[in-house]
Design a protein. Structure first.
Length: 148
């Protein structure tokens, strides 16, 4: 259990690095990575502004990249690490991709899937929340604080 917590924090730090890239690009600072059998297969961050695409969330980018890396649409045996709780759209995509595990940092009370679509993920997907929550939340607060 303690070993898994260490791994989760290690990988979440890498997702935070992606979120920081988004922040620097004036994108909402959400970062995601997908790990398959202890190997990072994709890294992504929000690109909605750059691509003028409301669907270009970090999770969506990571899923597409991960599926391309593995050569198939399903991401079984994979863990998605994302700095902020996925929205309904991303949760749907996570469900369709059959990702085995989702680990996120900060909850999203306004747009998170757990409030609006708690059953969107695949039934076998496990979720771990609150990993490096403070760092993830502060990055978002910093970003929106500068916007106001």
């Amino acid at each position: 259990m303690e070993e898994q917590k260490k791994k989760d924090e290690e990988y979440m730090k890498k997702a935070i690095l992606e979120a920081q890239k988004a922040f620097e690009e004036d994108e909402i600072p959400v970062g995601a990575i997908i790990v398959c059998r202890d190997r990072i297969i994709s890294r992504a961050h929000n690109l909605t502004e750059m691509l003028c695409d409301v669907t270009a969330h970090a999770e969506m980018q990571a899923i597409t990249s991960g599926a391309n890396m593995l050569g198939g649409k399903y991401l079984k045996d994979c863990t998605l690490y994302v700095t902020v709780e996925p929205c309904v759209m991303c949760a749907g995509a996570i469900g369709w991709a059959q990702i085995s595990r989702v680990v996120y940092g900060a909850a999203d009370e306004k747009r998170g899937y757990s409030k609006f679509a708690p059953n969107a993920l695949h039934p076998k997907t496990t979720v771990t929340s609150g990993v490096l929550e403070e760092e993830c939340r502060l990055l978002m607060q910093d970003f929106f604080g500068r916007k106001r």
